[in-house]
Design a protein. Structure first.
Lengths: 261, 688
C-alpha cells in the first residue's frame, strides 16, 4: 500500500510563549522553536503501523520553506520511507485553497492508495484534507480515530459527541484526517534524525508541479488576513483561597448567592 | 584387626574394591561439572564487552571486605550471621572435603603440611566449623520453611516459589556435615574400642558428640558406618558441585568473581559500548540492551550470581509502592531466560526483544535509579547500568511513553524539560525583593571565581526558585565570588542520561562543558544533587572541582566564615532526609548533618532508613513527568517514616526531594502537622 502523509512545521505550543509582533499582524517569530504539528505525528505513526501489517511505503510531504525539511527528516526517522519538500517563493502567502492545490498537483503525479493529514494543525484551520479530497475527487473521512485496512476498502471510525463511535467503509484511494489518540506515536531521538540526515529529499517548485503561479501564493489567495490580536481579558475568574473546607464553604455560599443552589 | 578399614582398602561384600567407586565418582563428578560450566560460560562469551580489569587495588579490597569479610551480610542480622557461618564453614571445610576425596584412594591421606601441629589446629577448627554450619543449616531451614520471611515470597506473576530449592540445598549441606563427622567419629570410636586411646576431638563438636554416641556400638556397625558415610559424602559432594550451576546456588562458585568485578565507582553510568568513544557513537548499529546478548558479560555474571536473597527488592522504593518493578526478578527472569536459551545440549535459541519477552516497558521505566538495591546486594550485583542500557534500547526503538516524550523534546529544543525560553533561565534573580539586595553576576559578561550551576528545576519552577535565591545569599555571605551561566546553562542531563536518551545527553553535556570552560571559573557549586552528580561523575574530568552547597556550608562553619543563629523554632523536631544523589551516589552524609547541628537548640532526630539506606522520595528530573502504575507514592511512605521518627520538619538538600515530599505531605493528609524544608532555606534563615 502506498501512503502519503501531509505534514506541517508549526511553532511548538508546549515550548513557546506566544506574543504578537510589533506590527500586530502575526506572532513574534524571533524566538520560536518549531516542530511537527502534533496531529501529523499520529498520522505518520498510523501509516507506519499500516505498512508494517500489509506492506508498502510511507511518503511524507510538506509545503514550506527550506527549514521545513527538518520535519520531514523527523518523520522519516520515525519510519517514513520517503520525503518530498514542496518549496517555492511562489507558494508564499497561499491560503488554504492554495496549499491544497499545490499538494493536489504533487499527489496526482504519484499513485497513492491512501492520503493522510492531521485532523488540524496548531496554527491551521483544518481545511486541507477536505479540499485535497474534493480536488482529487476522492472520498474523505475526517477526525479518524480507528482504521481497519481491507483489500480495496478501508473502514474508518470517528468519535461522536457523547463518546459514541461511528464506523464507515470507504473505497480506496481516499483521503482521511487523523485525530490524536489513535495510537501512541513512537519517540524520535537525535540519533534517529542523524541516521536519516543524509537521505535525499527531492525539492519541487511550482514549475515542477505545473501549477499556475497566479492561482497560488498571495496573488491567488481568496482569503486574506485582516486582523490578528490577543483578545482583551474578560471579567477575571476568581481563585478561592483557604483550606479545603473553607474553599468548599465559600463555594457553596457563592452558589447560593447566585441562585445556583 | 588393628584399626578400621578405610575406603581405599575396603571391599564391598569382601570382593568388590571400594577404591573403584572412589575413583569413578570424582571422574564423573568433575567431568560433568566441567561440561556444565562450559555451557554456562557460552553466553558470557557472546555477551558485550565490559572493562573490569581497572582499579585492581579497589577490586582486591572489595574481595577482602565484601567477599571474604562478608561485610554487607550483617545488614540483615539473622540471615547475615547464618550466611557468614555457612560461608566461613565452607572455606574451612573445603580443605577437608578435598582431602576426603583423596582419602578414597589413599587411606589416612593428609594434605602436605597438615601432618603436625597445623593439622591438629585445623582439625580443631574444622570440627567446630562443621558443627556450626549444621546448626546454621537447621536454623535457616526452620526460618525458610516455617517462619517464611516475606522477602523470599515469589509473587505469582514471577513464577514458582523457591523455598523447595533452598531447603533442598540446606539438606545437602547438612548431609555433608553429618557424613564428614560420622566418618571421623566412627573411626575414632573404633580406635578407642581397640586401643583404649581417645583421639583428641574438639569438645562438644558434632564429631565429639557422635563419638560419644557410638562409643559402645559394635565394630561391624562402626566399620559399615565409616564406609557408608564416606561414600554418601563423596556422592553428595559431587552432586552438590554439579547442582550449583543449575540455580541460585551458582553464587557459591561465581561470587568471588562477581565481587572482584563489581562496580568500583559510584554515581556514574557505563558507556553505551565499552571501547567506543563518545564521538564514535553514531557508527553503532544499535544502542543499549535489546536482546539477551546485548548485556555485558559482567551483567550476565550478575544474573548467574544472584542468591535470590531478596534484599534488593526489600530496599527498592519502586517495589515498596507497588510499581511493576522488583530488581530481584529483573535478575531471576534474565537468568531463567539464559538457562532456557542456552540448554545443556542442542541448539542455542535466539533472544527476542527483552522488553516484550521477559520485561515490560513500565517495569523498566519504574526505576528511579536511587541505587538502594546495589548498595544492599552482598554479591555486588548491579541494576542501574542495566536499567539504563535497557532504556537506551527502548529509546532507540522509539518505545518511550508519551509522558516522557514531551519533556525530552523540550530538552532538545530549549535545554530544559519544561519548554521554557532559554532567556528566562535566570529570571529567578529578578525577584524584586531579592534584586534590591543582591546582584548576581552573569558569567557571559563578567568573571568570577566560582560558578553556581542552578539547573532546570531551580531555574524555572516558581516554588523551587527560592532555593536559587537562598543559595546565592549563602554564597554571598560566605564571601564566595560567584556567577551563573544564565541562558548558556542547559539542563545537566543527569536523568536524560539515565532515561536512555544518550545522544541528547551528549548534546547537553557538550554545551555545558563548553560554557563552563569558557567562563574560566575555578570551582563549581550547586544545590541540586542531580546536577552535582552529573557534573562530578558523568561529565569527565575536564571541569573544575564540583561541590554541593552543604559541603560549602559545613566548611565555612568550621572556618568561622559563616555563623549561625540559635534555632528560630526550637519546638520543632527536624529530620534530615538523605537525597539519593547526594548520599548513596556521592557519599555526602555528614556535611548537611554537621550544618544542621551547628544551629544551637535545633532538635534533630534520625530516620530509621537513613544514610546509605535512605528511601527515595519518588525520583527527580524526568521521573517527575513519568506517570507510573503504583499503589501509593514513595514520598508518602517517606513522610510516614518521618512521622514515625517523631519529626515535624523534613529537611532535604535536593529540589526534587522537596517537590516530592511537599506533595506527599498533602497526599498523606499531614498538612499543618508536618512541613518540608530545603537545606538552603533552613540555613539562610539562620545566617547571622
Amino acid at each position: 500500500m502506498e501512503i502519503l502523509v501531509c505534514v506541517k512545521r508549526v511553532p511548538d505550543t508546549a515550548e513557546n510563549e506566544f506574543e504578537l509582533n510589533s506590527a500586530g499582524n502575526d506572532l513574534d517569530r524571533d524566538d520560536l522553536v518549531y516542530s511537527v504539528n502534533e496531529w501529523d505525528n499520529y498520522a505518520v505513526e498510523e501509516a507506519i503501523q499500516i505498512i508494517d501489517k500489509v506492506g508498502g511505503n510511507v511518503t511524507v510531504i510538506t509545503v514550506g520553506d527550506d527549514e521545513s525539511e527538518e520535519v520531514l527528516r523527523r518523520e522519516m526517522a520515525m519510519g517514513a520511507n520517503d520525503g518530498i519538500l514542496l518549496c517555492d517563493d511562489a507558494f508564499d502567502g497561499s491560503d488554504g485553497k492554495g496549499i491544497a492545490s499545490i499538494l493536489k498537483a504533487e499527489i496526482e503525479k504519484g499513485s497513492y492508495d491512501l492520503v493522510m493529514t492531521g485532523a488540524q494543525a496548531d496554527e491551521g484551520a483544518g481545511q486541507i484534507g477536505g479540499m485535497v479530497a474534493a480536488m482529487l475527487g476522492m472520498p474523505y473521512a475526517s477526525l479518524v480515530n480507528k482504521i481497519e485496512i481491507g483489500d480495496d476498502k478501508i473502514i474508518v471510525g470517528r468519535e461522536i459527541e457523547g463518546g459514541n463511535q461511528e464506523m464507515n467503509e470507504m473505497q480506496l484511494p481516499c483521503v482521511i484526517s487523523i485525530q490524536t489518540g489513535i495510537n501512541e506515536p513512537r519517540y524520535v531521538g537525535i540519533r534517529g534524525i542523524r541516521k536519516v540526515a543524509k537521505v535525499d529529499i527531492p525539492v519541487k517548485g511550482a514549475g515542477d508541479l505545473g501549477v499556475d503561479p497566479e492561482s497560488i501564493g498571495e496573488a491567488g489567495a481568496k482569503t486574506k488576513r485582516v486582523d490578528y490580536f490577543v483578545p482583551d481579558m474578560g471579567e477575571g475568574a476568581e481563585m478561592l483561597e483557604g483550606s479545603t473546607d473553607e474553599i468548599i464553604e465559600k463555594l457553596i455560599e457563592r452558589l447560593k448567592a447566585k441562585g445556583g443552589l | 584387626m588393628t584399626s578400621i578399614i578405610g575406603p581405599a582398602s575396603f571391599k564391598f561384600f569382601g570382593i568388590f574394591p571400594a577404591v573403584i567407586l572412589s575413583f569413578v565418582l570424582p571422574v564423573i563428578g568433575i567431568g560433568l561439572f566441567a561440561y556444565i560450566m562450559a555451557r554456562r560460560i557460552a553466553p558470557l562469551v557472546r555477551a558485550n564487552p565490559d572493562n573490569r580489569f581497572d582499579h585492581i587495588g579497589k577490586r582486591v579490597r572489595n574481595l577482602i571486605f565484601v567477599w571474604l569479610g562478608q561485610m554487607r551480610q550483617p545488614r540483615y542480622m539473622l540471615a547475615g550471621v547464618l550466611h557468614m557461618t555457612i560461608f566461613a564453614g565452607f572455606l574451612i571445610l573445603s580443605i577437608r572435603s578435598s582431602s576426603l576425596v583423596i582419602i578414597g584412594f589413599s587411606d589416612g591421606f593428609v594434605l602436605p603440611g597438615f601432618g603436625g601441629i597445623l593439622g591438629d589446629i585445623y582439625n580443631f577448627f574444622k570440627d567446630y566449623a562443621a558443627t556450626f554450619v549444621l546448626i546454621a543449616c537447621i536454623i535457616a531451614s526452620i526460618r525458610r520453611g516455617i517462619f517464611k520471611p516475606k522477602r523470599y515470597a515469589v509473587p505469582e506473576k514471577y513464577g514458582k516459589d523457591h523455598t523447595g530449592e533452598a531447603i533442598f540445598v540446606l539438606a545437602i549441606i547438612a548431609t555433608l556435615m553429618i557424613c564428614e563427622s560420622l566418618f571421623e567419629a566412627s573411626a575414632s570410636a573404633y580406635e578407642f574400642q581397640l586401643t583404649g586411646r581417645e583421639h583428641f576431638l574438639a569438645p562438644l563438636s558434632l564429631v565429639w558428640i557422635f563419638r560419644s554416641m557410638l562409643a559402645s556400638a559394635p565394630q561391624n556397625i562402626l566399620q559399615g558406618l565409616h564406609i557408608f558415610t564416606f561414600f554418601v559424602h563423596d556422592l553428595a559432594f559431587f552432586f552438590f558441585l554439579c547442582f550449583l550451576p543449575l540455580g541460585k546456588h551458582f553464587h557459591v562458585i561465581t561470587s568471588v568473581f562477581n565481587v572482584f568485578f563489581m562496580r568500583v565507582k559510584k554515581g556514574n553510568i557505563k558507556p553505551v559500548m565499552h571501547g567506543v568513544a563518545d564521538d564514535k557513537l553514531d557508527d553503532l548499529e544499535s544502542f543499549g540492551v535489546k536482546k539477551l546478548e546485548d548485556f555485558t558479560w559482567k551483567h550476565m555474571l550478575d544474573f548467574y550470581s544472584c542468591a535470590d536473597c531478596g534484599r534488593c527488592s526489600d530496599q527498592c522504593p519502586a517495589n515498596a509502592v507497588g510499581r511493576p518493578l522488583s530488581p530481584r526478578f529483573i535478575t531471576i527472569k534474565a537468568r531463567d531466560l539464559i538457562f532456557k536459551n542456552y540448554p545443556f545440549s542442542g541448539e542455542i535459541y535466539k533472544s527476542k526483544l527483552l522488553v516484550e519477552d521477559i520485561y515490560t516497558e513500565d517495569e523498566i521505566w519504574s526505576c528511579t535509579t536511587c541505587g538502594a538495591c546495589e548498595e544492599e546486594c552482598p554479591l555486588g550485583i548491579e541494576y542501574i547500568d542495566k536499567m539504563v542500557d535497557l532504556r537506551r534500547g527502548m529509546v532507540d526503538e522509539g518505545m518511550v511513553p508519551q509522558s516522557l516524550q514531551k519533556p525530552l523534546k523540550a530538552l532538545e529544543k530549549r535545554g530544559n524539560p519544561y519548554g521554557k525560553m532559554e532567556k528566562k533561565r535566570a529570571d529567578w534573580a529578578k525577584d524584586k525583593e531579592f534584586k534590591a539586595n543582591w546582584q548576581i553576576k552573569d558569567l557571559a559578561k563578567e568573571e568570577a571565581h566560582t560558578l553556581y550551576f542552578v539547573d532546570s528545576i531551580t531555574s524555572y519552577d516558581d516554588n523551587i526558585q527560592e532555593i536559587a535565591r537562598r543559595t546565592s545569599v549563602i554564597l554571598k555571605k560566605a564571601g564566595i565570588d560567584f556567577g551563573i551561566l544564565g541562558k548558556n546553562e542547559k539542563d545537566s542531563g543527569n536523568e536524560v542520561l539515565r532515561f536512555g536518551e544518550e545522544m541528547l545527553y551528549q548534546d547537553l553535556k557538550e554545551q555545558n562543558i563548553e560554557a563552563i570552560l569558557e567562563s574560566g571559573v575555578k570551582q563549581i557549586v550547586t544545590a541540586d544533587p542531580h546536577a552535582f552528580n552529573a557534573l562530578k561523575n558523568d561529565y569527565g574530568n575536564s571541569l573544575p572541582p564540583v561541590k554541593h552547597i552543604s559541603q560549602i556550608v559545613a566548611e565555612k562553619i568550621t572556618t568561622g566564615e559563616l555563623d549561625l543563629k540559635p534555632c528560630q523554632n526550637p519546638d520543632k523536631v527536624y529530620v534530615y532526609h538523605d537525597p539519593c544523589y547526594l548520599g548513596r551516589h556521592n557519599g555526602i552524609y555528614e556535611a548537611p548533618r554537621q550544618a544542621l547541628d551547628a544551629i544551637n537548640g535545633l532538635t534533630r532526630v534520625e530516620l530509621e532508613k537513613s544514610r546509605d539506606r535512605s528511601f527515595c522520595c519518588g525520583g527527580g528530573g524526568l521521573m517527575l513527568f513519568y506517570e507510573p502504575e503504583e499503589e501509593t507514592r514513595m514520598g508518602v511512605l517517606r513522610v510516614n517514616m518521618a512521622a514515625k521518627a517523631g519529626a515535624t520538619v523534613i529537611v532535604t538538600a535536593c529540589p526534587f526531594c522537596l517537590v516530592n515530599i511537599q506533595d506527599a505531605i498533602k497526599v498523606a493528609g499531614k498538612e499543618g502537622e508536618m512541613e518540608a524544608l530545603d537545606f538552603t532555606e533552613l540555613i539562610e534563615q539562620h545566617l547571622a
